[in-house]
Design a binder for this molecule. Structure first.
Ligand SMILES: Nc1ncnc2c1ncn2[C@@H]1O[C@H](COP(=O)(O)OP(=O)(O)OP(=O)(O)O)[C@@H](O)[C@H]1O
Ligand SMILES: Nc1ccn([C@@H]2O[C@H](COP(=O)(O)O)[C@@H](O)[C@H]2O)c(=O)n1
Length: 227
């Protein structure tokens, strides 16, 4: 049997990590894990349980309380918190605004990194794991490490495109929010958003999603062939 392939995909917000990772995993028959969804799930639980997310000590004490379970099928990824489907609630603005503070707390990271490593170890054919510190901290021995980037303008336009005219989104405000979250994620002490030294950087600004997927599938296949 072939050795499972472990793919780490990191990068700032809105660079295409989720869309790309799901498609690459589906194409190659691998599992898929969205670690951002786990930090969001932890944040949602904190907000729902009256924890002051700006009080790191309070967050640290509560970090081992919620039971967070991620389903790793790339065609139907799931996330539950204490048995409740959290896929919708973790995408609210309230959670997005609070998640960087919660994810900066070392006790939160320790708890979730353990879950992430267990998911990778349990994936029968291998896994694509996306986040901010997968290549640097969670899976430093990953077979392939990718660091996705894109200009802040392109990322904001992509995010606004998701709204399909449902809301009159202000492009400048979207961009400012993305840049603010990236700064918080890059500036924290524990496992900041960073490119691993051995990661391949792919600038997606002028690439279509299909081109990015193809590029990463090719990189993985080349690595596999060379093993
Ligand atoms: N290369 C691309 N060209 C155009 N649109 C793209 C490209 N890649 C992704 N998108 C779109 O950009 C949006 C953001 O992508 P996605 O959610 O995959 O990014 P992300 O890096 O996972 O974001 P976050 O870190 O905030 O969760 C989605 O609407 C997606 O369809
Ligand atoms: N490995 C990771 C993944 C995510 N985070 C934090 O979660 C936030 C939400 O991530 P999305 O991918 O869903 O946008 C992100 O802004 C980080 O604060 C993390 O710390 N480490």
């Amino acid at each position: 049997m072939e050795t499972p392939v472990i793919v780490a995909i990191d990068g700032p917000s809105g660079t295409g990590k989720s869309s790309t990772s799901k498609a690459v995993a589906a194409k190659l028959g691998l599992s898929y894990l969205d670690t951002g969804a786990q930090y969001r799930a932890m944040t949602w639980w904190m907000l729902s349980n009256g924890i002051d997310v700006d009080n790191a000590a309070e967050v640290a004490t509560a970090a081992d309380k919620p039971t967070i379970v991620s389903g790793t099928d790339p065609s139907a990824p799931t996330i539950t918190v204490d048995g409740t489907d959290a896929a919708g609630p973790i995408r609210t603005q309230e959670v997005t605004a609070a998640v960087s503070a919660v994810s900066a707390v070392p006790e939160v990271r320790a708890r979730l990194v353990e879950l992430q490593r267990s998911a990778a170890a349990a994936a029968p054919n291998g896994i694509v794991v996306e986040g901010r510190d997968i290549g640097t901290t969670v899976l430093p021995d990953a077979t392939v490490k990718i660091f996705l980037t894109a200009s802040a303008q392109a990322r904001a336009a992509r995010r606004n495109g998701e709204l399909n005219g449902k809301e009159a989104a202000d492009l400048a405000a979207t961009q400012a929010a993305l840049v603010k979250r990236d700064a918080a994620d890059s500036g924290r002490k524990t496992s900041p958003l960073a490119k691993a030294d051995d990661a391949i950087e792919v600038d997606t600004t002028d690439l279509t999603l299909d081109q990015v997927i193809e590029c990463i599938v090719t990189l993985i296949e080349e690595k596999r062939a060379a093993r």
